[in-house]
Design a protein. Structure first.
Length: 489
């Protein structure tokens, strides 16, 4: 049984979902207002790209740090710290028109991404085991739901050239509510992992992730064959190798690298990268496609930013909301492995449909519905597989690694989408050819197929009812560690 029982599991789940949805919203809310920011600050497109890049890099660096901090010092406190930093960033973004300060604000907002893996860890510690699988599936669904809500809310607030700062004022208000909910409804956890925070490991891992994500996000501007881009890509595996060597030598590593090689955990993280790619392939591909002026481009529906979010993407988010509890039930009845494989096949079907049939509004919405449902099923299965494959004392950092996988996949999707659309741009119209979008959807379908293949390589286990962890340092925890290793293959 979980060590800490909340007085109201319903209110606890509300707080965790609210925090997770806020984290997802912050990743997409800025996309529709980049044009407004450029018009109102006079920033160039190259400078505007740093508003997205700064947040991405901050998320990658801080997520594992907060995950481990939660294991060591308490997950509730770590969640509140993430939300406080996000709130500070939102207020700063709402009161400034300076681009450097706005970039700094986005760095602070990036810390909120750490809330999502912490929320999953809190659920493992506190939710009754008979409800845990469904709870984790619902928290996971906030990724796709929150992403769509961010697009819709930003489109509404920034329509017709409105002040972009309205979006950040709303983020500040929602941040206050989420912080209050976590403070009031998430119990303070008494179980803590032993050891200290591995600052050297955190800095080296953060540096390695920057070396991967920075050229992915800026390679289009710098040039994919430029010396800077190639140097950063070449340095990334060297930094990762140095980090692995360091983690093998320290007494209390940030990440137990032996955990990374367990087959279940490794393959689950591979699918996180793939589905992260597919998720942003859906958001960026569909949103940009339907906004193409049909008269000039010969395709698209001349949709506004708001219409793209509400008409074409919001239905997929609503399907995700329904698919999440269904995914939890299926994980509990069958296995995370089976649900993950089905999600990959559904992704193949949804994105395959978009690849072949995108000439009508109905076809695009139908394909997006299936693709969105596949993402929700995948996000329902992944936390269950992660929890089953690692010891309880490492739940926070393990979920953080899985979250980083999604961020890497999303970054790769952004880079690939931009590169394909630039490569297929016609000189006569200045607009990308339809084939660019076809490739985006086809690659996302491939990500779904590879997810199904990776899931089938995960060792079979009987349907498992997830349970809370044993107290740190006890014989029960040692037994749980052995069991996790066996399940991980």
């Amino acid at each position: 049984m979980p060590e800490t029982s909340p007085r109201s599991p319903g209110l606890l789940l509300t707080a965790l979902c609210a925090a997770g949805m806020l984290a997802a919203t912050m990743q997409t809310a800025v996309v529709p207002i980049l044009g407004n920011i450029g018009d109102q600050t006079g920033a160039s497109p190259g400078a505007l790209s740093w508003i997205v890049t700064a947040n991405l890099l901050s998320s990658a660096v801080t997520t594992p740090l907060f995950g481990r901090l939660g294991d060591l010092r308490g997950k509730r406190g770590a969640m509140m710290l993430c939300l406080l930093l996000m709130l500070a960033g939102s207020v700063l973004a709402a009161i400034t028109t300076s681009l450097p300060l706005l970039v700094l604000a986005r760095v602070l907002q990036g810390a909120v991404t750490g809330v999502f893996p912490l929320a999953l860890s809190v659920a493992r510690d506190t939710v009754p085991r008979e409800r845990l699988t469904g709870a984790m599936a619902l928290i996971s669904a906030t990724l796709s739901i929150g992403g769509s809500i961010g697009l819709v809310a930003a489109g509404l607030l920034a329509s017709d050239g409105a002040d972009y700062r309205n979006v950040f004022w709303l983020a500040s208000a929602v941040g206050v509510l989420a912080l209050g909910a976590v403070a009031a409804w998430v119990p303070a956890d008494t179980r803590r992992s032993e050891g200290g925070l591995d600052w050297a490991g955190a800095l080296l891992l953060g540096g390695a992730l920057v070396l991967v994500l920075l050229p992915l996000s800026q390679g289009g501007a710098w040039g994919w064959s430029s010396p800077v881009t190639l140097t950063l890509f070449a340095a990334a595996p060297v930094a990762l190798a140095c980090w692995v060597l360091l983690e093998r030598r320290v007494d209390a590593p940030l990440v137990d690298v032996r955990m990374l090689t367990r087959r279940t955990f490794l393959l689950t993280n591979v699918t996180a990268v793939l589905m992260g790619f597919a998720m942003f392939g859906l958001y960026l591909g569909v949103s940009d496609f339907v906004q193409m002026p049909s008269a000039e481009a010969g395709y698209g529906f001349t949709a506004s930013v708001l219409s793209a979010a509400t008409v074409y993407l919001l239905p997929a988010a609503l399907v995700s909301l329904v698919a999440a509890p269904v995914g939890g039930i299926l994980v509990k009845r069958y296995s995370g492995r089976a649900v993950l494989a089905v999600s990959g096949l559904a992704g193949l079907a949804g994105f395959g449909s978009l690849t072949l049939w995108h000439g009508s509004t109905g076809a695009v919405i139908a394909g997006a519905l299936v693709a969105g449902g596949s993402l929700s099923l995948a996000y329902a299965a992944m936390p269950a597989l992660v929890v089953q494959s690692v010891p309880a004392a490492r739940t926070g950092i393990a979920n953080s690694i899985n979250s980083i996988g999604r961020s890497v996949g999303a970054s790769a999707a952004g880079a690939v989408v931009a590169a394909l659309l630039v490569a297929t741009t016609r000189r006569t119209t200045g607009l990308p050819a339809e084939s660019g979008f076809t490739w985006v959807f086809a690659l996302s379908a491939t990500a779904g197929a590879l997810t199904a293949c990776a899931a089938l390589l995960i060792p079979r286990t009987p349907p498992t009812v997830l349970s809370g962890a044993a107290p740190t340092g006890t014989a029960a925890e040692t037994a749980a560690d052995v069991t996790a290793a066996r399940r991980a293959g």
